[in-house]
Design a protein around this ligand. Structure first.
Ligand code: ZN
Length: 387
């Protein structure tokens, strides 16, 4: 099966996160007559796949990707069924065509063709999860835990998330900011709006807190990262009455932070700021913090150069190394080995009428194939593969 046909087969499966919805059957069928070993890793009802060609003792190049997709939303908003996998003109259409069933298809077909044309002087590992778009707790993390237990390993890993802003080849991600969400529940004292001195207004306290948190920038950026950002995403009170000062207000902030911080450091700072506001406003503030990812950064070395070279060969573009965008599973993989991300143009990801040009998928498959062949050549030459 070619990568286009495979992408279409995968899109036809309703794999809204964390369901694999038949995608693994398609993938297992694809690898049936190959020398890849296929392992299924299940955790808390979530299914994941790990595939290996060649011995795990050998230098191993890994690919990682997810076959789960975000909900398509209102299906009537779409021109055609989001799970049709139809080819319309020069494009393949449907949820997951950009993010990221095409890239999974491209690395699967690239891995099979290289495995058939080379001798196993090196090894290929494929990590495929159905839990990336949601909580991402039982997905790649679970595969990596399983790998530890089974003494499975890899030396380098490429995550196939869509990374290019304008055209295939213009961006390789070598890191991502961390993400932290703070949930503040601010409690004051209910009262009459004509007698504000008898009440404690939690809305005004939330304004003081925002002012304190945004008084100065978190940082000015670092060598490879843009400055960290803090955004208030919600302030809500159940009060609909014009002359009542409410007792409680709920506030949410989201911080995207670079490698100058850790989640723990930011959490401590938020708690300290809340304490100050409590004292100043006589409110009581409860905080819940969720760190969904620490920043990851893979200093551009062997892997980044290898990917950049293949990208240039096929697209003529000299890709920029970037750390922009949200979190990805690379944040887990970096704990095991150097990792970069390279995939399709991401403009239509998660959007209504998600679609991607067929030529991009073929281009991506060629680039992935070239990366594996170049890695094979380097292993054969005995080149020191150090990042
Ligand atoms: Zn994705």
């Amino acid at each position: 099966m070619d990568s286009i046909n495979l992408t279409s087969q995968l899109i036809k499966c309703h794999s809204v996160t964390p369901e694999e919805a038949g995608t693994f059957k398609v993938i297992k069928e694809l690898f049936k007559d190959t020398d890849f070993k296929v392992y299924e890793i299940n955790k808390n009802g979530v299914k994941n796949l790990f595939l290996r060609w060649g011995s795990k003792q050998l230098p191993t190049f890994g690919f990682s990707g997810h076959i789960d997709v975000v909900n398509p939303g209102e299906i009537s908003d779409w021109k055609s069924n989001p799970f049709s996998g139809k080819i319309i003109g020069e494009e393949i259409y449907g949820r997951g065509s950009v993010d990221m069933k095409s890239a999974v298809a491209a690395f699967c077909t690239a891995a099979i063709s290289v495995s058939k044309q080379t001798t196993p002087l090196f090894s290929i590992a494929l990590l495929i999860t159905s839990d990336e778009e949601g909580k991402a707790k039982d997905g790649t993390k679970a595969i990596l835990e399983w790998m530890d237990k089974e003494n499975e390993r890899m030396d380098f890993c490429l995550v196939g998330e869509p990374t290019c802003p304008e055209e295939l080849g213009d961006m390789i991600k070598i890191g991502r900011k961390g993400s932290l969400t703070g949930y503040f529940s601010i409690n004051g004292k209910q009262g009459h709006s004509a007698y504000p001195l008898l009440a404690i207004n939690p809305i005004h306290a939330s304004m003081d807190l925002i002012k304190l948190l945004t008084r100065k920038p978190l940082d000015n950026g670092s060598e490879f990262f843009e400055p960290s950002t803090l955004v208030t995403t919600s302030i809500s009170t159940k009060n609909k009455t014009n002359n009542v000062i409410p007792k409680n207000i709920e506030m949410i902030i989201n911080i995207r932070f670079n490698d100058k911080h850790t989640g723990k450091k930011i959490s401590d700072w938020l708690k300290k700021c809340a304490k100050n506001i409590e004292k100043l406003t006589k409110t009581k503030i409860n905080i819940k913090i969720n760190i969904s990812g620490e920043p990851f950064f893979s200093k551009p070395g062997y892997l980044a150069k290898l990917v950049k070279k293949s990208v240039k060969k096929y697209t003529g573009i000299s890709a920029t190394f970037s750390t922009t965008g949200g979190t990805s599973d690379a944040r887990y993989i970096i704990k095991k080995c150097p990792v970069v991300e390279f995939g399709l143009v991401g403009k239509k990801m998660h959007a209504v009428d998600e679609s991607i040009q067929i030529s991009q998928i073929i281009g991506l498959e060629n680039i992935y194939t070239d990366i594996l062949n170049a890695f094979y050549d380097d292993v054969k030459k005995g080149k020191a593969l150090k990042c």
